[in-house]
Design a protein around this ligand. Structure first.
Ligand SMILES: CC(C)(COP(=O)(O)OP(=O)(O)OC[C@H]1O[C@@H](n2cnc3c(N)ncnc32)[C@H](O)[C@@H]1OP(=O)(O)O)[C@@H](O)C(=O)NCCC(=O)NCCS
Length: 119
């Protein structure tokens, strides 16, 4: 599997970056993040792994990739909101559980992680 940048753009004081996970040149997953330049924070905007490629470590690899990406810029604070207007409560509960497994902590409707600079 390779992870490659799909696009990067600046919108409203935020740098949006999207990475794709590919196997044999086929897109199997994607993650989009926003870097709040002034606040030195990163927000995960969304992650998705194609259904037939789930539970084989691709989501974890994408999360690890963006965490290392922002850490290399000196950013240690990450936030996200496990939300999608068309997702069922069950899907959102699963997603929250998965983010918890990835080390994120729920607080006031958002989830947060502070990266360890020694990682
Ligand atoms: C959530 C999602 C990104 C996870 O990606 P994935 O590639 O399937 O996850 P991984 O295989 O990397 O999972 C890694 C670990 O999480 C565990 N896991 C999987 N689903 C889980 C869940 N619902 N809750 C807790 N842990 C879970 C796996 O067992 C695995 O554990 P291990 O490393 O100890 O063996 C993927 O399921 C997905 O795209 N879901 C739909 C996303 C969605 O609905 N988006 C819209 C709202 S933003």
């Amino acid at each position: 599997m390779v992870i490659e940048e799909a696009y990067r753009t600046i919108y409203d004081c935020e740098e949006l970056v999207c990475f794709l996970a590919k196997i044999d040149n086929r897109k199997v997953g994607e993650i989009t993040m926003g870097i709040q330049i002034k606040e030195q924070m990163m927000t995960i905007k969304g992650i998705n792994v194609e259904s037939e490629f789930r539970n084989i470590g691709i989501g974890r690899a994408l999360m690890g990739f963006v965490e290392r990406f922002v850490l290399s810029k000196g950013i240690t604070k990450i936030s996200l909101r496990a939300y999608s207007h068309d997702a069922s409560p069950e899907v959102l509960r699963n997603l929250k559980n998965w983010y918890t497994k990835m080390g994120y902590i729920q607080q006031n409707g958002y989830m947060f992680k502070t990266l360890n600079v020694c990682n």
